[in-house]
Design a protein around this ligand. Structure first.
Ligand code: SAH
Length: 352
């Protein structure tokens, strides 16, 4: 085994961030022996805190209206051929009810930045879910909002918030977003969320256009410093009708390797094996679990709208990644030595 790579993995396993050169060697390590070693270490660290448990989150894609125009995203404002939809509060509550019966104890409300969902409406929806399901965690993934808005939603009963930082490099951020969106504001949102008391998730796409190994190092250093409770990473996948439609997809292998690296960096983090990873590689999500991921987010949206929440091309939406496919997913996860559990799956040091 390459000594620099082994050294980097051993340093990471002691909870220390290795120097740049060592991390870089790890990012590019491609031999199966090294990857095997990395994965074993990451799996051991995960088992210390979580055993073989994999938490499930019911993902409800509430709206695909979006005021933003992120260059990578298939539901960006400028994509004219997207059939726009917005679930009603009743539909969302009914998704939660179905999910509850299936065993879900976390609901993730995700959507574009849809002005319809102002603070009054979103806070009322959160309160209604909180009231109907007092034993469940409510996670929001509704983009950038004011500190006051995040506070109101928290007070209404939201527990967690997912807001990927997308990239920790300002110039790269600007290459992925129009000027209306700023790196500083994204970061400020994340700090507000943490300060308010949310369990916070950030994350980035692997292989987004213009991303270099140095950018990924910055992402890893940012994660180590910010110490989020959750980290979502998945390969970039081009979306038709976007400025990046002809760009190559990110690597599933590198994503899997990064899951192990992030597991070692942040042993207690909740780390999903994402839909994008499952789309990029058929067994991607299972490989992600073996590499250190401990969360899966099956789709609880009404089947009729799923094809319209098209962040990227060929997004998987039926089968084991859907809520209806939960039984199939359970079997697949058991076959590789893990167990789907229905607990809320909060960050280990948080008391509820
Ligand atoms: N509007 C919300 C939710 C965004 S969708 C927000 O701003 O947080 C959730 C995530 O999907 C994004 O943060 C982005 O990292 C990812 N995503 C978007 N387009 C993608 C693409 N083409 N390939 C892979 N992931 C993508």
């Amino acid at each position: 085994m390459n000594n620099a790579v082994k050294h980097a993995i051993d340093v990471l396993s002691t909870g220390t961030v290795p120097e740049d050169a060592a991390l870089l060697s790890l990012l590019s390590c491609e031999t199966s022996e090294e990857n095997q070693y990395l994965q074993e270490k990451a799996d051991a660290v995960r088992r210390q805190t979580f055993g073989n448990h994999v938490y499930i989150r019911g993902l409800i894609e509430c709206t695909n209206y979006c005021r933003n125009d992120c260059y990578y995203c298939g539901i960006r404002r400028s994509c004219k051929d997207v059939t726009r939809y917005r679930l009603t509060p009743e539909e969302i509550l009914s998704c939660c009810k179905n999910g509850y019966a299936l065993g879900f104890r976390t609901f993730v409300l995700q959507g574009g930045e849809d002005p319809y969902w102002n603070d009054d409406r979103l806070a009322a929806l959160v309160a209604a879910i909180r009231n109907a399901h007092p034993d469940c965690a409510i996670t929001l993934s509704a983009g950038e909002r004011s500190r006051e808005s995040y506070q109101r939603l928290f007070d209404a009963g939201a527990d967690r918030y997912l807001l990927r930082h997308e990239t920790a490099d300002k110039a790269h951020y600007e290459a992925l977003h129009p000027t209306a969106l700023s790196f500083e504001n994204r970061m400020e949102c994340l700090y507000h969320l943490k300060d308010i008391g949310y369990q916070v998730g950030c994350g980035f796409m692997v292989g987004s256009p213009g991303q270099t190994a140095e950018h990924i190092l910055k992402d890893l250093r940012f994660l180590a410093a910010f110490a989020p409770h959750m980290i979502g990473i998945g390969p970039f996948i081009p979306a038709a009708g976007t400025p990046f439609e002809k760009e190559p997809a990110g690597s599933a292998d590198l994503t899997v390797r990064l899951l192990s690296i992030i597991r070692l960096l942040l042993p207690k983090a909740l780390l999903p094996a994402t839909t994008a990873l499952g789309t990029a590689s058929q067994d991607g999500r299972l490989r992600g679990i073996c590499a250190g991921a401990n969360v899966i987010m099956p789709n609880l949206s009404p089947p009729s709208v799923r094809k319209n929440y098209r962040l990227y091309d060929n997004k998987i939406a039926t089968g084991a990644e859907s809520a209806e496919g939960l039984f199939q997913l359970k079997t697949q996860v058991e076959n590789i030595g893990y167990a789907i559990v229905t607990a809320r799956g909060d960050y280990p040091d948080i008391q509820n």
